[in-house]
Design a protein. Structure first.
Lengths: 192, 617
């Protein structure tokens, strides 16, 4: 399989780790070679966090070259837009959540916040496809990741990886009540 | 999937997706490593997390967080003198702390063998510099293996353990950040349990006292040991040549993660130079390097950070009278930053412009997004401390930072901490700044884990030499920044220690009592000589995680009374908790995903418009 690059970005504290591991394990369950790397350390304290996943046959470093990501997943609006500029290739796909965690310069009144419209316009200008994930009905924000994962599965965005593979990945990573809750949410977003 | 801890101690071979740091732990187990020590620091703390995922009764070795990297090295060395294979692991700059002990290791006959796993940080992702520790490892004549992937991290640790036992020496496995944190399916061998703790120290195995002429004899022996290790490196096949039938007599010598960057660049290449991939970067295997040089017209040394390989390889080529063109660093930027696939692409394109098919980056238009620096967490006790202490400081006073989450106080809106060096340096630097300085007060900050790690000598020096400074100890009861590891303060109260040093009074205040803390710091700053304030509050990230696990837990939140709010923005602009949302029309709201309902923000509002929502008791 041709190399396929996935760039996941958000804010430290949003739980990017679980999403990244679920995607990586989903790819593995589909029998596809993969390598990944996450941000660790100080950035996890409310800074930008990035997880990079590469799959296919001819992949070596876990780090994705600039503007060669086929898929960017933005868990937060500002980071979705930043990821779009840094990582997405022309014609790639951005899946993002309409969630905003204002960065410091915005809160200090020194800069303007990014809106969903800004993200849509940038995608249009760059010739990329944008999929917005609506999470307004969600009660527990810490499970927003599952909305993203469900959306990836629903649209079959990662070639060769099916819904059942993501489910198997979740079963690897979670158990008991937590698994049930996350799976229910995942299912809600995979349904047509 | 089994739980990580059960997986790591499994008897049978298996294939599983593991992080480089986790793969190291499986290798520790298989090789019968018996004593493991560390001080937490990125990029290596997940080694400890993986170790601690193994229940105590199933873990086949002893593990401790030592008080600092130097002590960790000493404990591991002592255990190895008893005949145990031991391991210490720490981050790049941790080696600086361990150095006094570390440089002696090469002189010693380490009966059990020692492996040190070192997490270097090219790109300074989570360190105060990106120092290339190969400089130090060369100086100390230490054997160094450099894995490029989680699979190699596992394999190289095992080879390092074998060599360390065979030669009674120390071998370093030098990882870098994105090797430590890479996740990949790796395959591991079977594990046979059985070796026991040894207590066979015998001074006859020495000498272990390197004094006067002994030191020189021991150095001679260490040089011989390094030669013998060179033979082992050759026999183990650590250095590999990857040949291409379309090489145009060009070659690349590289190692570690840059090797994988090169492979990615080759995916877009018209021709592919041969690669000599070095698994051992000290000592260098001269025969294979010379033969590689002889068979190519042009050889590019693609190495991250410093020109350690380049200088040695050029010297080899010179001594052998070779005419091969050896290309190394050509620009100052070649010494800076991680050799990502992008950086490798740029360097290779510069050296061989016709090699790459398509180097055009076809992204979307440049996009401006506000920066997002790291922040103290919602409810963080350090935020309350900085907010309160700022009121005690005059404009001209000097504030000195130290390493920890509280370093983030240097950023707006607090701007507290104008100088940062390394672990525990604040007190000493503050003392120097206070000399002949009657006009400005000097206030130093120090974390509680750092207090024990490297803070004590500076603090005692301040007492001994009567320096006129105020020290604020930011006590949160844990080593928070690296993932909440325990530290000595859980057993030895800092306040008792300070009293024992004769410091009187020792001011101490919960940081949520902001006005009390402001007054206390003011009083301390007016005290002539050395004064200490313990500004304590438990790490709220750790606390909140524990709370959420309790059944029936209801998250309460802060709410803004929009009727009484006069939009002066003290909460969002001066207190600065990331929970506050600033709307374009000036209205302030609460981000319910972030707010932990601690209420530490409430004193910041003179209108009392910041209150609790209905969930509050």
């Amino acid at each position: 399989m041709k190399a396929y690059n996935i760039y996941i970005t958000g804010v430290g504290g949003q739980g990017i780790g679980l999403l990244s591991q679920a995607v990586l394990r989903g790819i593995d369950h589909a029998g596809i070679n993969a390598i990944a790397v996450d941000t660790h350390g100080l950035a996890q304290r409310g800074g930008v966090v990035v997880s990079q996943i590469r799959c296919g046959d001819q992949i070596h470093s876990p780090l994705i070259m600039k503007n060669t990501a086929d898929l960017v997943l933005g868990i937060e609006l500002h980071e979705a837009l930043r990821g779009l500029g840094l990582a997405l290739r022309k014609g790639g796909t951005l899946v993002y959540m309409d969630v905003s965690w204002q960065p410091l310069p915005v809160r200090l009144g020194l800069d303007s916040a990014i809106s969903a419209e800004d993200v849509q316009m940038a995608c249009k200008a760059g010739g990329s496809m944008a999929i917005k994930v609506d999470t307004t009905a969600m009660k527990d924000s810490r499970m927003q990741n599952m909305a993203l994962l469900g959306t990836i599965a629903k649209h079959g965005l990662i070639p060769g990886v099916l819904t059942e593979h993501y489910v198997a990945a979740l079963e690897d990573l979670l158990s008991g009540e937590l698994l049930n809750k996350n799976k229910a949410l995942f299912d809600a977003y995979t349904d047509e | 999937m089994k739980k990580l801890g059960d997986l790591l101690v499994g008897k049978n071979p298996f294939e599983e997706i593991l992080m480089g740091n986790e793969a190291i732990v499986r290798a520790m187990i298989e090789t019968g490593t018996k004593v493991v020590t560390s001080y937490p620091g990125s990029p290596t703390p997940e080694i400890a997390t993986a170790i601690q995922s193994i229940p105590d009764d199933k873990r086949p070795f002893y593990f401790e967080f030592s008080v600092n990297e130097k002590v960790a090295t000493e404990v591991a060395f002592g255990a190895a003198l008893n005949g145990n294979l031991s391991c210490a692991f720490y981050k790049s700059v941790g080696l600086n702390v361990a150095l006094d002990t570390f440089v002696q290791l090469g002189l010693m006959n380490i009966i059990g063998g020692m492996v040190i796993v070192l997490g270097d940080d090219p790109g300074a992702n989570s360190s105060q510099n990106e120092q290339d520790n190969r400089n130090i490892l060369k100086m100390s004549r230490t054997v160094v293996f450099e894995p490029a992937s989680p699979q190699e991290a596992y394999e190289y640790y095992k080879l390092a353990a074998t060599l360390a036992r065979k030669e009674h020496t120390v071998v370093v496995v030098r990882m870098t950040t994105h090797v430590c944190h890479a996740r990949q399916k790796i395959s591991v061998d079977a594990y046979t349990a059985g070796n026991t703790y040894q207590t066979d120290f015998d001074s006859k195995n020495g000498p272990y006292i390197a004094l006067t002429s002994m030191a020189l004899d021991m150095k001679r022996e260490s040089i011989k040991r390094l030669h013998r290790s060179g033979q082992y490196i050759k026999d183990a096949g650590l250095n590999k040549e990857i040949t291409s039938n379309n090489n145009q007599k060009k070659g690349i010598i590289t190692s570690g993660l840059p090797y994988r960057s090169v492979l990615d660049v080759f995916e877009k290449a018209r021709f592919r130079p041969d690669i000599l991939k070095l698994g051992a970067v000290n000592p260098l295997e001269e025969t294979c390097i010379l033969s590689f040089l002889k068979t190519h017209d042009e050889v590019l040394i693609l190495e991250e950070l410093d020109d350690i390989l380049e200088v040695q390889i050029k010297s080899l080529a010179y001594d052998s009278g070779l005419k091969t063109r050896v290309i190394g660093k050509t620009d100052d930027e070649d010494y800076v930053g991680e050799y990502t696939p992008d950086k490798a692409m740029d360097k290779i394109s510069l050296v061989w412009p016709d090699m790459i098919n398509d180097n055009a980056k076809t992204g979307v238009l440049p996009i401006q997004v506000p920066d997002r620096p790291a922040q103290m967490c919602p409810g963080c006790g350090h935020r309350s401390a900085f907010f309160a202490i700022k009121k005690a400081l005059a404009q001209e006073d000097i504030t000195v930072a130290d390493i920890g989450c509280h370093t983030l106080g240097y950023m707006p809106p607090y701007n507290i901490g104008e100088i940062l060096m390394c672990m525990g340096a604040s007190t000493g630097m503050a003392s120097g700044l206070s000399l002949f300085n009657d006009k400005k007060k000097v206030v130093a900050f120090l974390g509680d884990s750092t207090f024990f790690h490297a803070g004590l000598p500076g603090l005692i020096n301040t007492i001994f030499n009567n320096h006129n400074i105020t020290l604020v100890i930011m006590e949160n009861g844990t080593t928070a920044m690296t993932g909440h590891q325990d530290h000595a303060g859980t057993k030895i109260p800092i306040k008792d220690l300070l009293k024992g040093f004769g410091i009187e009074p020792v001011f101490s205040c919960d940081t949520y009592k902001q006005s009390e803390l402001t007054d206390m710091v003011k009083t301390a700053m007016q005290t002539k000589g050395f004064s200490v304030v313990i500004a304590h509050h438990p790490c709220m990230l750790k606390f909140t995680r524990l709370q959420r696990k309790k059944s029936g837990f209801v998250q309460q939140h802060i709410t803004i009374n929009q009727e009484t709010c006069t939009k002066i923005h003290n909460c969002v602009e001066r207190f600065g908790c990331p929970t506050f949302i600033r709307n374009p029309n000036g209205r302030v709201d609460i981000n319910l995903d972030l707010c932990i309902g601690d209420g530490s923000c409430r004193p910041s509002c003179p209108e009392q418009a910041v209150g609790f929502d209905k969930g509050a008791k």
